[in-house]
Design a protein around this ligand. Structure first.
Ligand code: FMN
Length: 386
């Protein structure tokens, strides 16, 4: 099959994925929170940004070079794969598929603390292209043990996600009967039997489990208590003292993810973060959250030119990646688009999603008249956000 013809863009992969997945998985993946105002705004805020293209430059800018260095690591492209929990529910072995594609493309990938793949299996594939994402446990001793385990696995970069201070209520998940971890009931069983391709792949992989949390689960819990444990072990805001404590314990690079404004960005840097990751969690937490791209200019101004700033939430095209880089980010991450790739195409999906974004980004830079991602800010049109 000619993938460029069948799936020319990420939106095509999304449509195919949403058809192939049982509802409890597709609604979990695509959904935002509340009335999904923030989800719509993540898209609209990007659509508003324009570039002043330069078609008559003083001299030929030469071929585009997309390679980028962040956290002292060299990557082939200025974008990477955000951590997505329970991705084995959306497509069995999605983590392994994406990890291989990330290494092949020379880009980083975050492994969710809520992944269905064990961290050692992931690190074996990615090496230092793999970063570990942590939800700091409410219990200090448990949190320190989890960090020690990530260190012993070999990770050099730790992502601490701060934007889940408590449980959320997502209407789509409630409607389709999804529990975390997922349990079978007549509603979910019916969805499975009516999606045989997914069911077959899932049957080979076995039921998805939170493999990185299992060792920390107290023994002797009933099924109901287990659901409560997984839902609440991190049910607490990540205050400054916790972040500083993590900084003291973690000798590698520390990235704080889930920053939505300058106050938190400064707090994260004060606590010793090496980079901040501007995100509204793909609009899954607060329906009144600003779009990340709207907050980038103020965060860049406030932290200064030398701070390393990453961003996600919303981009679906290479042009969107350019828009985020032009607005103040050094590096862009995407969550759902890569899962859409795997959901649509299985083992080939990670590679094809990266291919689409690489080609689109390259074409955008050529059109704008810009040779490197770091030059993009000077091409952003002055009417930004208007
Ligand atoms: C289904 C789903 C699960 C997610 N799980 C996690 C997670 O376990 N840890 C985390 O830090 N972020 C998680 N996120 C947020 C992503 O890392 C990322 O911030 C978000 O997907 C970016 O928005 P995008 O999907 O529009 O690219 C999740 C997002 C989705 C859609």
């Amino acid at each position: 099959m000619d993938l460029n013809k069948a799936y020319p863009c990420i939106d095509d992969l999304e449509r195919a994925t949403l058809r192939r997945l049982p509802n409890f998985a597709s609604e979990y993946l695509r959904g935002g929170i509340g009335r999904e105002v923030a989800l719509t705004n993540n898209r609209q805020a990007l659509d508003r940004l324009r570039f002043d293209a330069s078609y008559i430059p003083d001299q030929d800018p030469g071929p585009v070079d997309l390679s980028t260095e962040v956290l002292g690591q060299q990557f082939s492209l200025p974008f990477g794969i955000s951590p997505v929990g329970l991705s084995g529910l959306m497509w069995p072995r999605a983590v392994e598929i994406l990890a291989r594609a990330a290494v092949e493309a020379g880009i980083p990938m975050g492994l969710s603390h809520h992944a269905t793949t064990h961290q050692s299996d992931f690190y074996r594939i990615t090496g230092d292209h793999g970063w570990f994402q942590l939800y700091p446990a409410r219990d200090d001793a448990m949190r320190r043990a989890m960090i020690d385990e990530a260190l012993a696995t070999g990770f050099k970069t730790l992502i601490v996600t701060v934007d889940i201070p408590g449980l959320t209520r997502r209407d789509r998940e409630l409607r389709v009967g999804l529990s975390v971890p997922p349990r079978l009931n007549h509603q979910t069983l019916w969805q499975i039997v009516t999606h045989p391709r997914w069911a077959l792949a899932a049957a080979f992989a076995g039921p998805p489990q939170f493999k990185n949390l299992l060792p920390y689960r107290p023994s002797g819990l009933s099924a109901k208590q287990q659901v409560a444990f997984f839902a609440s072990f991190m049910d607490r805001p990540v205050c400054r003292q916790v972040l500083s404590d993590i900084r003291r314990q973690w000798p590698g690079k520390l990235v704080v993810k889930g920053v939505s404004g300058l106050v938190d960005a400064k707090a994260a840097m004060d606590c010793g973060a090496d980079a901040v990751w501007v995100s509204n969690h793909g609009a899954r937490q607060l329906d009144a959250a600003p779009a990340s791209v709207e907050m980038l200019p103020a965060i860049r101004d406030g932290l200064g030119p030398r701070a390393e700033i990453f961003v996600d939430s919303g981009p679906r095209t290479g042009l969107d990646i350019a828009r985020m880089l032009a607005s103040g980010a050094d590096f862009v991450f995407l969550g759902r688009p890569f899962i859409y790739g795997v959901g649509a195409l299985g083992a080939r999906g990670g590679r094809h999603a990266i291919h689409i974004l690489r080609e689109e980004l390259n074409a955008a830079l050529v059109q704008i008249g810009c040779q490197r991602p770091s030059e993009l800010p000077r091409f952003l049109a002055p009417c930004v956000g208007a």
